[in-house]
Design a protein around this ligand. Sequence first.
Ligand code: MG
Length: 375
Amino acid sequence: MWFAPYASHPEQSKGRRHPEAAAPTRSDFQRDRDRIVHSTAFRRLVYKTQVFLNHEGDLFRTRLTHSLEVAQLGRSVARSLGLNEDLVEAIALAHDLGHTPFGHAGQDTLNECMQGHGGFEHNLQSLRVVDKLEERYLAYDGLNLSFETREGILKHCSRSHAEQLEAQEPGGVGQRFLKGTQPSLEAQLCNLADEIAYNAHDIDDGVRSGLITMDQLEAVPLFVRFRNETLAEFPQARGRRLLFDTIRRMLSQQVYDVIDATKANIARHLPVTADEARLCPPLVRFSQPMREASTQLKRFLFKELYRHPQVNDTTARAKQVISELFAAYVAQPEAMPTDFSQREDRHRAIADYIAGMTDRFAVREHERLTGRSLF
Ligand code: MG
């Protein structure tokens, strides 16, 4: 397969933390992708909330279908730009592995519970999953993924966490947060594909759930533009098919915009290797008008969907489940499986255990330990 010179070439990989012989037929990034697909954490994504709780409906996105959509969008752009599709797929499929049950409500609550014990960040937790928590191999903890995949998984990281990572692994995946450099172009692409995916599918799920209406979407210029384009071609279009066709056009235009804007950025900065691309400003980006349109859409979703009274009500109950579970395990660690209850780092073990739960397991476990049913 052909890759552009600025792509991540597997033979130039910075390698795995535990050196392994190359596989006979697969590149290191293909192998990373395969390890992720076979992991326990990946299978749990099907029962984890994106915006709607898993049990609220069968057609809403879960973290698993979201991750597949990010991988699809990412691969499509990667092929046009000559980037490494296998690396993009590996990062996309792993990017949400560290998410707690109940989406952002779960992660915020766990972070509050962990104040004074190192805090909780879902990006860092995704890295912990692939570096430590997965138990698949006899020779090491975790999945022993390549540097480039781990670099892409660690999308954000606080300075203090970056310093801790750098102390454990000098020159490793924490370093760029201290030096202010960029990750690979494949990692940059996954960040943007994540945003494109959730903006589009949250409109779809939001309308499907009845929490937002087509009329409200009049306030979103990007949506109106493609809704009008659809109606110009199909004047009779109404309802769901009008919605789907509008979202489809909006997605395509965002993908083409990223491809064109990124090609222009690459032509301006001319990185000749993947490492040179890391020293440039972020190159995988929207054009300025699309950046503004996407930000407007995000603001709309935040206000009208993520802070909808019905979502807020679920959020409040989810927070209670997580904080009461945390308190219950602090009081009686033996209520956790021995892998966790016998660890010396008590609070981190509780955070790891809770973060790994699916929505429904957290609800059941909360009922078992407190005798109360919040969902
Ligand atoms: Mg995501």
